[in-house]
Design a protein around this ligand. Structure first.
Ligand SMILES: Nc1ncnc2c1ncn2[C@@H]1O[C@H](COP(=O)(O)OP(=O)(O)OP(=O)(O)O)[C@@H](O)[C@H]1O
Ligand SMILES: C[C@@](O)(CCOP(=O)(O)OP(=O)(O)O)CC(=O)O
Length: 426
């Protein structure tokens, strides 16, 4: 790699990478070892396409930098470079650098932005820490001493980030404290493993209903800690429920069995939110709009006589609906009927930005919903109301991190290594 600033006495080395979000079907909720950020149970997720939802991170190193610095969405996060999460990622990747002595004393500048709301339950920390680790690994030509080692570093940034280092369907195996690296780091096998790549099930689709893009009030880290301390349901989930579900959902995904995949995904989301309610004091992430979407999904599947769509909710009110290509326009039209665009207050509008994807918006707008389906879903009591949902993303599964160009896509000045990204909210 050549330096970006033609200054032989103090070169700047730089790399830019994008990374995807992922949405779990079997949820990670609970830490076994907070120091190493390892989970109480295995989890598995779908990595989403990076077209609309991605973190873009530029990492640079130079002798001319006085300290480590981090900019997020254009603003400097003062002190963030001292945080345990950031340090674990930087120091972890430095230890795997092809030439560790070259990087040891160099300070790091990082600038990252997300193309979607940050800290709103849309897995920004997953994309963000995966992009950080992938950018640092690219910068320093880091080499894993065993497959999955970089994911053990990313999980120390944010647990779910380890799954964003691979595309497709990805499990995070809880691992064991007894398994160490040669350097003596425990939990060496608490890592992400790709179950199937993004081309395995090309018909799978995700529809994301953004109910709120506000920052949530109970962080995942804080919520998990209270759940581990107080929820007896969580202990049952860890011991009995998750092991069976992991085996069943991996089989369902590999066999492209949507009926089983969808049912397991919905049941696991429901159990995760039941654990939150069983936490003392209880934690509520879903709201009335989230619950209405659940009712409509079940009424639709019942009318269809099969599972055509499955919901899942992370630590926030936003719904992620998994479905298949052959039903996705019907699902979009049904959702746009009950949750019309705030701008039009009528039905799905192609042009007002309610949908991320204009082709999908046009297809949804042109679709005529079956009158019996409407009669069946009307029984939920839902009356169409504009504004309850802020935005609808139509997407699918996609690959892991991608290396980009510093010149075209980067967020740091090639000559100074200072942030160039200015936040322009969508
Ligand atoms: N692109 C990024 N680069 C580095 N850090 C990021 C990035 N995006 C988010 N983060 C970190 O992750 C934090 C948000 O994580 P949090 O878990 O609260 O929300 P979320 O990931 O959007 O939601 P959830 O994990 O529940 O889906 C931010 O405050 C920031 O510290
Ligand atoms: C509900 C979840 O989205 C929780 C994600 O938690 P985080 O990975 O954000 O937590 P930390 O490790 O504390 O950073 C479920 C999941 O993604 O599996």
């Amino acid at each position: 790699m050549s330096s970006t600033n033609d200054d032989e006495s103090s070169p700047i080395w730089m790399a830019t990478v994008s990374a995807p979000t992922n949405i779990a079907c079997i949820k990670y909720w609970g830490k076994k070892d907070a120091k190493w950020n390892t989970p109480t149970n295995d989890s598995v997720s779908v990595t989403l396409d990076q077209k609309d939802l991605r973190a873009v991170t530029t990492a640079a190193a130079s002798i001319k930098f006085e300290k480590d610095r981090l900019w997020l969405n254009g603003e400097e996060e003062v002190g963030a470079s001292d945080s345990k999460r950031f340090r674990a990622c930087v120091d972890g990747v430095k230890a795997l650098a092809a030439d560790p002595s070259k990087w040891k004393d160099l300070k790091i500048h990082v600038s990252s932005y997300n193309t979607f709301p940050t800290a709103a339950g849309l897995a920004s920390s997953a994309a963000g820490y995966a992009a950080l680790v992938a950018a640092l690994a690219e910068l320093m030509s880091a080499k894993e001493t065993y497959q999955g080692q970089l994911t053990t570093i990313a999980r120390q940034g944010s647990g779910s980030a380890c799954r964003s280092l691979y595309g497709g369907f990805v499990a995070w195996k809880a691992g064991s404290a007894e398994v160490s690296t040669e350097g003596g780091t425990p939990w060496a096998d608490s890592m992400a493993v790709q179950i199937a790549d993004e081309n395995h099930w090309p018909e799978l689709r995700a529809v994301i209903m953004v109910v709120s893009d506000e920052k949530k009030d109970t962080s995942s880290t804080a919520g998990m800690s209270t759940s581990v301390a107080t929820s007896t349901l969580l202990q049952h989930r860890i011991a009995k429920v998750v092991p069976e579900r992991m085996a069943s959902i991996e089989k369902a995904f590999l066999e492209k069995d949507f009926e089983s995949f969808g049912e397991l995904t919905m049941k696991d989301s429901n159990q995760f939110h039941s654990v939150c309610a069983d936490t003392y004091p209880p934690i509520f992430y879903m709201n009335d709009v989230s619950r209405t979407i659940v009712r409509i999904v079940h009424a639709y599947n019942k009318w269809a006589g099969e599972t055509r769509v499955a919901y899942t909710y992370d630590a926030g009110p936003n719904a992620v609906l998994y479905t298949l290509e052959k039903y996705v326009v019907e699902v979009g039209a049904l959702m746009a009927h009950y949750f019309p665009s705030p701008a039009t207050a009528t039905t799905a509008a192609a042009a007002d930005g309610y949908f991320n994807d204009s082709t999908f918006a046009n297809d949804v707008t042109a679709f005529t919903l079956n009158s019996e389906l409407l009669a069946a879903t009307n029984k939920t009591g839902r009356v169409p109301n504009a504004g309850d949902v802020k935005k609808i993303y139509h997407t699918k599964s996609g690959p892991g991190p991608q290396v980009l160009s510093n010149e075209k896509d980067g967020n740091l000045d090639l000559k100074t290594g200072l942030n160039t990204y200015i936040n322009t909210p969508k």
